[in-house]
Design a protein around this ligand. Structure first.
Ligand code: IPM
Ligand code: MG
Length: 380
């Protein structure tokens, strides 16, 4: 099969982690006789520097002409002072909206071999952590009006949060469908004790529930959900929630599985063209030090093969290779049990082996990518 993949390396650690995912995709192409054509796309801070815009129209066009998009991460301190509508993150939001990928799927699953890396109590981890956050991605407060005005001699900032019934309905359906393929439990998360948008959210979810009698629907307020995720994550199967709540809860959920550096995501809309990205940020503090964990991006590439290209075997191959490399004891810093919970946003000035556990080997981003490629090619 021939597929055109738009590749956005982005900023910070983005180029490093995407580079490793591309090596993995190239290995898969060779092994299974596919052809992946990579098209470089500038987005984020690097696009601001080069084009004066975080996502120039011709770059968005390249993405819309591709079969799917693989993204590293965007943003960094360098662009913190640019106006809101020109920030690197704005490029990402415009890309998601331009591709109409309204459904963001973020798995929170603990790898047995990494259970030590979870900050939760062992008894809690033992009960199992395996849920998915289905996050609405192109509506809500991130896409409402943003403005800062002068009022009564001071500044006032306004961000508008709105949802239509149809926007809620289409993401709700994804939530129910996802739960139907799993343990059939859907938890709709909102703040209906305060927000109108949440009350509408809740009522649409309940009307949809009639179409999915086999799925058990429950409601949870977002503040309680944040607490329940650390108290007893085993209670969750699928969580469906709006854009900002999903953004926040998915970072929390990733951390309890060991490291945000491990978590991939897929974003899909009405077509098979998807956007695949790890959920972590650009970690400028460790950029260029070879300390980033490329696994979140590599697993995102696996999701691309599975969900957009129907390449189940190939996706399984990548996921198994990652599992075997972890089982063999290779760890990037963020998943070293004794590294004090460091993650992709940590300082990487000390890259030395500091684990008390001698069966584990500390490796950098490149080495981790190479090991996974070797596993896929059966060469390790
Ligand atoms: C994420 C990120 C983005 C978001 C930022 C970079 C705009 O935090 O993908 O979770 O808020 O969606
Ligand atoms: Mg986020």
């Amino acid at each position: 099969m021939e597929k055109k993949i738009a590749v956005i390396r982005g900023d910070g650690i983005g180029p490093e982690i995407v580079g490793e995912a591309m090596k993995v995709l190239t290995a898969i192409a060779g092994k299974y006789s596919h052809k992946f054509i990579f098209e470089d796309v500038d987005m984020g801070g690097c696009a601001i520097d080069k084009w004066g815009d975080p996502l120039p129209e011709h770059m968005l066009k390249k993405c819309l002409e591709s079969d799917s998009v693989l993204l590293g991460a965007v943003g960094g301190k360098k662009w913190d002072s640019v106006p809101g509508d020109k920030r690197p993150e704005k490029g990402l939001l415009r890309l998601r909206a331009g591709m109409e990928v309204y459904s963001n799927n973020r798995p929170a699953k603990i790898w047995d071999v990494l259970s030590e890396a979870s900050p939760l109590k062992r008894e809690t981890v033992k009960k199992g952590i395996d849920f998915i956050i289905v996050r609405e991605l192109i509506g809500g407060i991130y896409f409402g009006e943003h403005k800062t005005v002068d009022e009564n001699g001071e500044k006032k900032a306004v961000d508008v949060l709105s949802y239509t019934e149809s926007e809620i309905r289409r993401i709700g359906k994804i939530g129910f469908e996802t739960a139907r393929k799993r343990r059939k439990k859907l938890c709709s998360v909102e703040k209906s004790n305060v927000l109108d948008s949440s009350r509408l959210w809740k009522s649409v979810m309940h009307s949809l529930a009639e179409e999915y009698p086999d799925v058990e629907l429950s409601d949870m307020l977002v503040d309680n959900c944040a607490m329940q995720i650390v108290k007893d994550p085993s209670q969750f199967d699928v969580i469906v929630t709006e854009n900002m709540f999903g953004d926040i809860l998915s970072d929390e959920a990733s951390m309890i599985t060991g490291s945000i550096g491990m978590i991939p995501s897929s974003s899909l809309g009405a077509t098979s063209r998807g956007l695949y990205e790890p959920i972590h940020g650009s970690a400028p503090d460790i950029a260029g030090t070879d300390a980033a964990n490329p696994i979140g991006t590599i697993l995102s590439a696996a999701m691309m093969l599975r969900y957009s290209f129907d390449m189940e075997r190939e996706a399984d191959d990548i996921e198994c290779a990652v599992g075997r490399v972890l089982e063999a004891g290779y760890r990037t810093r963020d998943i070293m049990p004794t590294s004090g919970g460091m993650n992709n946003t940590s300082d990487a000035s000390d890259n030395s082996e500091n684990s008390a556990n001698s069966s584990l080997h500390l490796v950098g981003c490149r080495k981790m990518g190479e090991l996974i490629v070797s596993e896929i090619l059966g060469a390790r």
